[in-house]
Design a protein around this ligand. Structure first.
Ligand code: GLA
Length: 746
């Protein structure tokens, strides 16, 4: 019985179309791409091919959750078990609930007593498609093990290349473009956190896709635990992408009546190349940050199950987070320039030092002071004290309240670093509760950065953490928390003897949500040894990311490009670090370091007391330049220009194209005397622009001439984009920043 199910569905916004084929036993995406005017059943039927030699008479459809029972020979989207002999899942579509931009397909597998709901929601403004699968164990007595629940979508033939975000600690989010294999591409993350190595996203492109043209399709999994993304070419030539949470065998068991909703997989399509795609993501996320994010993401029935054993997912694990509503910081909010103490003093923080830094910060125009690691009991190095979240009275004899109050007096907000999920073996917490950590039976505990992971599936642990955090936030006027997580989860056995990562991730979300609910004025930054937790899942609770521990300006340009390919600049922590850079030992001018950092949510992470006069003035000027343009930077359209090995360039253009801030960076020694002309992007070809050099302040003599000549000229937007702006000679490791303002016609 199919209750009101049409043969196919066509959802569209102004730019994209989604066509779902429901002729078979399960819904299957027939098309997701550039908007189509009309679709008829005969068009979909034409996709059905004739019998191929040595194949089934009718090839199996690539449904949202294909299984072997349907004759599908690729990786199954669903794998479940009830005992040892019930695994043959064969769902039948029975109903569809529709609204203008949402489809909910309900299927039932009677033999296994399972109900499956596929939810597809198209964002009207951006065309971002959010997909989830909900599995319900409808059996009244026996539990159901879920081994795999991946969203499956077919990929159009011409999308034959991929670009991944990959890297390592200190060099995250590097873009790597390659040809898709004829077999399978499998990206699996088992780090127990989002990871530095495999960002939970993938970009698919055609051979001809460039920055500004051609088709491009992104997927992002809104999840901070283990994940899988596969792209498989089937024997018949069709390509399939699958994505979702990576579940280890036995990790997820649903009690009778219990259900699991997969993390949202977000698909974003553009036929305007990778710039078009980035801009769609940025718009989508900004809109979500403006209040819709919670409703889009906070699916109240994401995970629900009654308990069968301690491994079974509890209904309460995610409800706190789900009911939480909008994300913490709206896109309109002005993001304060911050000073972070980490690379300024590491663990050597104390009242006197901190007060000096606050004075200096205020003089520089900094607006938020963030006390990083080292402030709590006995934390003099990375070998002790995680878990003991009380202020170290040797360092701060009167606690942190007077420090925060001093900040406020000086016009600065106060922020604090914490790493709640961790414990040091050398801590009072661990001495009192050695059983509170994740481990691995029959193997000694493995420490990383001298720390162990707390078992968040134990209620007493999350209770302790919430109370510790609440005590700090109640007592001290804190407006910002840097929430860190500094190790992978290698040993994932929890108190119940089960694999913990799924529970750990949902419990983390619930804890963050609880903190957000109780302290809505406190913004949370997501950090995990730099960019180990940059994803759309944690973005429900956090409003800033720390993309990398490297403050090396050149490396940062690459990290920032990767970040901005999917996430908007205002979410991107970007700090001016010391020279030489602590991670790479390289030295750059303050002009370059500050010029690179001002493109995100700007901060400084260096001992500003030790700056020489010239650097200090330069930094002050960069902070002021950032403040002058931060509204544009944090609301405009990010666009990359043509790149070469030596020279990269980008702009942020206001929505009305009346204004832009643009940068060109000379990374290495140029191979020619002059840089390549700067061909702008994103401007209005019919407008006239005045172009001003706004950075750096101390230009070479020839560059000063260049700047002065620009003052008396105007350029057509079409000229700037097609012919380009001729540039003066630039030194390696230097940059120029331009401000473009459209000239008003009188
Ligand atoms: C991690 C973070 C750093 C800093 C240190 C403190 O490495 O990424 O920014 O906060 O922890 O221990």
């Amino acid at each position: 019985m199919r209750d009101g199910v049409e043969r196919f569905y066509h959802l569209k916004n102004t730019t994209v179309s989604l066509v779902v084929d429901c002729r078979g036993s399960q819904p299957a995406i027939a098309y997701f791409g550039t908007k189509l005017a009309n679709v008829s059943e005969s068009m979909i039927e034409q996709l059905d091919r004739h019998e191929a030699p040595a194949s089934l008479p009718v090839e199996a459809a690539i449904t949202l959750s294909p299984t072997h029972g349907m004759g599908y020979l690729g990786c199954p989207g669903l794998a479940v078990r009830r005992g040892r002999q019930q695994w043959q899942i064969s769902p039948q579509l029975v109903a569809c609930e529709t609204s203008e931009l949402e489809l909910r397909f309900i299927s039932v597998c009677e033999r296994l007593s399972i109900e499956i709901t596929h939810c597809l929601r198209l964002d009207g403004e951006t065309g971002v498609l959010a997909l989830t699968t909900t599995l319900k164990n409808a059996d009244p007595t026996t539990p159901l093990s879920v081994d795999q629940c991946l969203i499956t979508v077919p990929i159009q033939d011409h999308l034959s290349e991929a670009c991944e975000l990959t890297g390592r600690w200190g060099y995250e989010l590097q873009q790597n473009r390659f040809q898709l294999p004829n077999s399978s591409l499998v990206r699996e993350n088992r780090a127990g956190r989002t990871s530095h190595h495999r960002h939970p996203s993938l970009r698919l492109l055609s051979e001809n896709t460039t920055l500004g043209s051609g088709d491009a399709l992104d997927i992002q999994i809104a999840w901070s635990g283990n994940h899988t993304i596969r792209v498989e070419q089937l024997a018949d030539g069709r390509r399939v992408m699958q994505a979702g949470e990576l579940l280890e065998v036995g990790e997820l068991e649903l009690g009778p009546g219990g259900y699991y909703t997969s993390p949202e997989c977000l698909l974003c399509f553009s036929d305007n190349g990778s710039n078009g795609l980035s801009q769609r993501w940025h718009r989508f996320i900004r809109k979500a940050c403006g209040g819709h994010f919670g409703s889009a993401y906070g699916n109240p029935d994401r995970i629900h199950a009654d308990t069968v054993n301690s491994q079974t997912v509890h209904s309460d694990t995610i409800h706190d987070g789900a009911s939480n509503g909008a994300i913490s910081v709206s896109s309109q909010e002005t993001r304060p320039v911050q000073l972070n103490t980490w690379e300024a003093c590491y663990f050597d923080v104390n009242e006197a030092t901190v007060l000096e830094l606050i004075d200096e910060a205020a003089d520089l125009g900094i607006e938020r002071f963030v006390l990083d690691d080292g402030w709590f009991r006995g934390r003099n190095n990375d070998q002790t004290s995680l878990g003991d979240w009380q202020v170290d009275k040797h360092k701060f004899s009167s606690g942190l309240s007077p420090i925060a109050a001093y900040c406020n007096e000086k016009g600065l907000e106060f922020g604090l670093w914490i790493e709640p999920e961790m414990v040091s073996p050398d801590s009072d917490l661990y001495r009192a509760h050695p059983d509170w950590v994740l481990g691995f039976s029959n193997a000694p505990l493995v420490e990383a950065r001298n720390q162990l992971v707390l078992d968040l599936s134990r209620e007493e642990v999350t209770e302790y953490l919430f109370e510790s955090i609440a005590a700090l936030l109640n007592e001290i006027p804190i407006s910002y928390v840097k929430w860190d997580m500094n190790r992978d989860i290698h040993q994932m056995e929890n108190a119940g003897g089960h694999r913990a990562v799924h529970r750990q991730t949902t419990a983390l979300y619930a804890l963050m949500a609880r903190v957000r609910d109780r302290f809505p004025h406190v913004a949370i930054e997501s950090c995990a040894s730099g960019g180990g937790r940059v994803d759309m899942g944690v973005l429900q609770y956090a409003s800033r990311f720390w993309p990398s521990d490297t403050n090396d300006a050149l490396d940062r340009i690459a990290v920032q490009r990767g970040f901005l390919s999917m996430l908007p600049p205002e979410l991107m922590g970007a700090h001016v670090g010391p020279s030489p850079c602590h991670l790479t030992g390289r030295q750059y001018t303050m002009n370059l370091r500050a010029g690179v950092a001002l493109w995100g949510h700007m901060g400084v992470e260096a001992d500003i007391r030790a700056l020489n006069k010239a650097d200090r003035l330069t930094l002050e000027a960069a902070i002021s330049l950032h403040k002058q343009h931060r509204h544009l930077l944090h609301s405009g359209r990010y666009v990359e220009h043509e790149q070469s090995a030596q020279q990269v360039a980008w702009s942020v253009v206001s929505d009305d194209q009346g204004e832009a801030l643009s940068a060109v960076a000379m990374l290495h020694t140029p191979t020619t005397a002059f840089p390549k002309r700067m061909r702008f992007r994103g401007l209005d070809g019919s407008k006239q622009y005045q172009v001003q050099v706004v950075w750096p302040q101390d230009l070479s003599e020839k560059q000063v001439d260049f700047r002065e000549r620009l003052k008396s000229q105007c350029f057509g937007g079409d000229w700037l984009q097609q012919a380009g702006l001729a540039l003066p000679i630039m030194q390696p490791e230097s940059m120029l920043i331009f401000h473009l303002a459209a000239v008003k016609h009188s």
